[in-house]
Design a protein around this ligand. Sequence first.
Ligand code: F6R
Length: 365
Amino acid sequence: DKGNFRHFMAKEIYEQPEVISHTLANYIDMATETVRLPEDLPFDFSQLKRITICACGTAYYAGLVGKYWMEKYARLPVDIDVASEFRYREVPLEEGGLAIFISQSGETADTLASLRYCDSQGQHILSIVNVRESTIARESGTVFPTLAGPEIGVASTKAFTCQLTVLACLAIAAGRQRGILAESDERKLVHALVEVPRLATQALKLEPQIEDIARDLSRARDVLYLGRGLNYPLALEGALKLKEISYIHAEGYAAGELKHGPIALIDENVPVIVVSPSDSLFDKTISNMQEVAARGGNIILLTDEDGAQASGDQPQATLVLPKMFQFVQPLIYAIPVQLLAYHTAVFMGTDVDQPRNLAKSVTVE
Ligand code: F6R
């Protein structure tokens, strides 16, 4: 049931404050502001030397954010790959390591094959899945469910932010077990997570402005997304979302890679969407943005009040999000990124919930 929404995708985008809240409640002890791990976890983060993360599509981008978090907050090295490559790479793995698989459906063939490989190599298998009765969940030693509820739209939205929520909790728990995060650090990070549903609700209020921008985007043939650090995976996710439902060609790039090639594409016909909150990497990304502007590129900037001030009149349009702790940025910036793709597709008149050539669950290799 779509309720008052035109598409399942819109409904699912709007459900995010609530489902993130449910997911958080499953992993966080609100009274002590700490992350709660199952008692019977068969591994300890302090014993691990590295982690392997494996997934496909949007779930892979969630994993990429997870890698940044694990490295920064738990000082734990992470190898990540798309499952369709990982499974054929003959990756050497040290016995007793941890492998994390992320999947909404829990049925993705390549992700499952990668899981079975890691299992055969003596890894602990942890899966982050939305469908609890799925094959991937069944074959995992440990399951960390996302509580997104059924996701009907083919383009993943709420499952993505719930995957991020679980990965954020895992990174905090890992940081604690490894002695990297003190009690007060943990409380600060958990507190930032608890604020996410409220901030997500605020981000949803940008919809009318996003619709205006989407009207212009729907006339583009190619779109570039740029982001740095935690926002780099968001650039990749933005481009994937746009191409899969609006059929407009889009590429996501690490902002610093612009000058290594893609800048050749920039002219007044290629909108460039820059995901850049005013954090420690802001200045770097803004200088990439200036390179785009100097070549006549049309910039759409996703930032906060300070970022909007600092970028002056260079962007053609600016979406101003609330100021937030760097840690939780990907969870909130996901929302305007999803809405941009959604409204562009609506202007294009495509079948938003059932885009051509795509299936909700990819059980073929
Ligand atoms: C994109 C999308 C796909 C899936 C991918 C993995 O919007 O939905 O890229 O993320 O097919 O699917 P799961 O998470 O079910 O393994």
